[in-house]
Ligand binder design. Structure first.
Ligand SMILES: NC(=O)c1ccc[n+]([C@@H]2O[C@H](COP(=O)([O-])OP(=O)(O)OC[C@H]3O[C@@H](n4cnc5c(N)ncnc54)[C@H](O)[C@@H]3O)[C@@H](O)[C@H]2O)c1
Length: 387
């Protein structure tokens, strides 16, 4: 079994190290900040203790897992590893410099993976002499709990390397999906309307925050409403992803960020972590109550849902991933109650197209344009999942 190197011992690196060590690999983890490395070690010990108390693992397993992780003070100690997963700061120049350095340290056959959420894997691979062994392995937070891993070959990647990593992720107990190296891969692209259309409905004054959150959880079956979720993720982080995806798509209006969210960032109302976002989290603050109108609720749910379906359909249309991969990505990566394309079949394709066209006619905005794949299916009487 190969040894695995992890660079960056923050939230993601620590989680991925835990996953690899649990799968039986010897892991070497490095961070250029020694305090971060120490925090990572302590955090893992705490998590392991909790898992023992909950009887998910035995004391012996906990000791063995922790024993397989070595916290190293230099990248040069990684010379023998077969795979490195990079989880450092999300800056292209810093990642490129690291990959260049890693190539000097590692053996010729070692695989180099990046956990980037928003940068082009191809641009990172371009920093290497042997870019055919570089790819994206995009884990979700927290890595030990979220099953999905997007496997993202760069333009230069040898497809055998991607397939090998795909199989390895299964051995790690993950659900891998192949995704093309396009902005946001699958999840961070397809999920955009969950936030942006909810924000639009709110900005137009169609419903208040609590009502939209109620609609999406109670009527839609989503685990969290969009505003609660944005508060949870943090507006600095969530807004930045939207902004990056918007720019990466050459400012396609479909991905346009919202002033409402930008203002929260300006105000320092970052969400739960700052005590205030859309909602107030300070002690004794009274939470707003939703208006539980089922008919109005259904209209809001379907508006957001058809926009999500449209994005999923377009990702399929542009070969970002396969039908199964897109549905799996949203159920396993962000816990959607159903795959969006299966949901489209359930609502019926003509209904989805009709709803999108009604929005387009109302606003004459490009963001409401219907994906050609939906229009063709509607015309031909087809479905995504033909039985
Ligand atoms: N947090 C998430 O939800 C999430 C999900 C998926 C992917 N990602 C991606 O994973 C990566 C890491 O994110 P995170 O949330 O764990 O960040 P983080 O800030 O928690 O951790 C990053 C760590 O990298 C270290 N670091 C920075 N530059 C370094 C360098 N040159 N060499 C070695 N170590 C260095 C920092 O000291 C820090 O400990 C980013 O690319 C991010 O986009 C994050």
């Amino acid at each position: 079994m190969i040894s695995v190197g992890i660079v960056g011992s923050g939230a993601m690196g620590s989680g991925i190290a835990q996953v690899a060590a649990t799968a039986g690999h010897n892991v070497l983890i490095y961070d250029n900040n020694p305090d971060a490395l120490e925090r990572s070690r302590k955090r893992l010990a705490k998590i392991m203790d909790r898992l023992v108390v909950k009887e998910r693992i035995t004391k012996e397993e906990s000791t063995a897992i922790q024993g397989r992780i070595q916290y190293v003070d230099s990248l040069y100690k990684m010379a023998e590893v077969g795979l490195v997963v990079e989880a450092i700061v999300e800056k292209l120049e810093v990642k490129k410099a690291l990959f260049e350095q890693l190539e000097d340290v590692l053996s010729e056959n070692a695989i180099l993976a990046t956990n980037t959420s928003s940068l082009a894997v191809t641009a990172i691979a371009a920093a290497c002499q042997k870019p055919d062994r570089v790819l994206g392995l995009h884990f979700f937070n927290p890595a030990p709990l979220m099953a999905l891993v997007e496997v993202v070959p760069a333009v230069q990647t040898d497809i055998k390397v991607a397939e090998e990593c795909f199989e390895l992720m299964k051995k790690w107990g993950k659900v891998p999906v192949m995704a093309k190296d396009t902005p946001g891969f699958i999840v961070n692209r397809v999920a955009r309307p969950f936030y942006s259309e909810a924000l639009r409905v709110y900005e137009e004054g169609i419903a208040d925050l609590a009502t939209i959150d109620w609609v999406m959880t109670e009527l839609g079956g989503f685990r969290m409403g969009p505003f609660t979720l944005m508060d949870y993720i943090g507006h600095d982080v969530n807004y930045k992803v939207t902004e990056t995806v918007f720019a990466a798509f050459y400012f396609d209006p479909r991905y346009k960020p919202s002033f409402t969210q930008q203002r929260l960032v300006d105000a320092g109302y970052l969400g739960r972590k700052s005590g205030r976002g859309f909602y107030n989290y300070e002690e004794a603050s009274v939470q707003p109550e939703p208006t539980k109108d089922a008919a109005k609720g259904k209209a809001i749910l379907h508006r957001i849902l058809v926009m999500l379906i449209n994005e999923a359909a377009d990702a399929l249309y542009l070969n970002v991933a396969s039908l199964d991969a897109i549905d799996l990505a949203m159920t396993k990566g962000v816990n959607y109650p159903k795959g969006l394309l299966a949901w489209a079949d359930e609502l019926t394709i003509p209904y989805v197209v009709e709803q999108l066209d009604a929005l387009y006619h109302e606003y004459h905005e490009d963001r409401y344009r219907c994906s050609p794949v939906l229009r063709r299916l509607a015309r031909d009487g087809g479905k995504f999942y033909e039985v």
